[in-house]
Design a protein around this ligand. Structure first.
Ligand code: GLU
Length: 415
């Protein structure tokens, strides 16, 4: 099992990005966002209700923060997507999905939420999370937890420590989780002794993180499974997308629907007051503020992410209405009818549609002429775009002669 060899030093510099986050944080701090610090795990009740911090890490590996983003707190339910990711990586999607569903439950984190086949509805509520923990390899609970701690540390880019007091407090009072684990055992979703899943589950929830760690963990999902600070691939791109998909539908307890409408970022909250959010291909964001709303989500955390989503344009469905054109220039020589379309940048499905349309329109306007697609300045091309351009150039049935100039990007591992 791999551990992080050396801690990676992270530099925070004053920057307009920090300033923009600090402004949002201050506005939210001044607003009215009532909440109550969780006390069903007695040790959590000692959290400072005024602590409030936010951190963001970009896929380029740059870190930003405002407020108490270096204050440690327990990860709690934010551990769930990452342990689920480790299980998917270890066992494969089919084996994991046989035991845990991917449907929103519409119930609280500790709901008795099983589908008719006996699978917990999803891995982000306790029943499903306990089963996910049980899927991590290990001869006993201690070894299982060691693997989980090592795996979550790789997501965070540093070795995470256990808060013994929070662990002991939850282990002494977690009767409902004991009942959920026993139920999962009765349906055979859980196939090891209850204790061997429950003890590492309580421990994983008591791992200490700060908002910056959480942002690093989030950006590792956003960056397709590679931690951009350590450069390590922690999980595959397929697993990262799978986990983000489940977070999109199930991450914010029984407010996941309202969350997607108002914030629109895959996320997971925890009763310690944390929220991890990940905007695919862009940022990981970590928030910490202990008072929770009636659904169990950090009140200020929800408010600050709502503000960031709308002001920084982070909603997942906030895609450009008029995407940047891939056609840098289009010139037709009137004497020969020969057209040169010079393409640039990233060519995806919507971009290639414009290219194909333009090539056919210009080529058909002058029969017998040639359309040259100059790909010299193309930086990336999607699989479908490469396929469609190749079809266009090779199929005479379109009635236009198309040739490619510098087609090397077509075979450069398109995605
Ligand atoms: N350790 C907590 C529990 O299982 C996690 C709950 C949460 O953060 O939602 O009760």
């Amino acid at each position: 099992m791999s551990r992080i060899a050396e801690p990676v030093s992270v530099e925070f510099t004053d920057n307009p990005v920090d300033a923009a986050m600090a402004r949002v944080l201050d506005d939210v701090r001044r607003g009215d966002h009532p909440g109550t610090v969780a006390d069903y795990i007695p040790q959590l009740a000692t959290a400072d209700p005024e602590a409030f911090g936010i951190a963001a890490v970009s896929v380029h590996g740059h870190s930003y923060g405002a407020g108490d983003y270096r204050t440690p707190f327990t990860i709690q339910s934010m551990s769930k997507p990452f342990v689920y990711a480790l299980a998917l990586q270890e066992l494969g999607v089919d084996a994991v999905c046989e035991r845990i569903g991917v449907e929103p439950s519409g119930e609280a984190f500790n709901g008795i939420s099983f589908d008719p086949s006996g699978r917990p509805e999803n891995p982000l509520i306790n029943a499903g999370a306990i089963v996910a923990t049980s899927l991590i390899g290990g001869v006993d609970g201690a070894e299982r937890f060691a693997a989980i701690r090592a795996g979550l540390s790789r997501f965070a880019g540093r070795d995470l420590e256990l808060d013994e007091a929070v662990y002991a407090s939850e282990a002494a009072t977690g009767h409902r989780n004991l009942a959920l684990a026993a139920l999962a055992r009765s349906t055979e979703a859980l196939r090891i002794p209850v204790d061997e899943a429950l003890d590492p589950y309580f421990r994983q929830c008591a791992l200490l993180v700060d908002a910056h760690d959480v942002a690093v963990m989030g950006v590792t999902l956003a960056a397709g499974g590679i931690n951009p600070i350590t450069g390590e691939r922690v999980i595959s791109a397929e697993v990262a997308r799978h986990v983000l998909s489940v977070m999109t539908g199930c991450g914010m307890y029984d407010r996941s629907g309202a969350w997607m409408v108002s914030v629109g970022i895959p996320a997971k909250s925890g009763v310690g007051g944390g929220i991890v959010a990940a905007t695919p291909g862009e940022y990981g964001i970590g928030v910490f503020s202990p008072p929770l709303d009636e659904a169990g989500n950090s009140s200020r955390g929800v408010a600050v992410l709502q503000r960031m989503s709308s002001e920084f344009g982070l909603h997942l469905l906030n895609r450009p209405i008029n995407p940047v054109s891939s056609v840098a220039s289009a010139e037709t020589d009137p004497s020969t009818g020969r057209t040169v379309l010079r393409l640039r940048g990233e060519v995806d499905f919507v971009a290639v549609e414009e290219v194909v349309h333009e090539a056919l329109r210009r080529g058909r306007a002058c029969s017998g002429s040639t359309v040259v697609l100059d790909l010299t300045d193309v930086t990336r091309i999607s699989t479908v775009a490469a396929y469609l351009l190749t079809q266009l150039a090779s199929d005479v049935g379109y009635g236009v002669r198309v040739v490619m100039q510098d087609p090397s990007s077509l075979c450069a591992a398109p995605s």
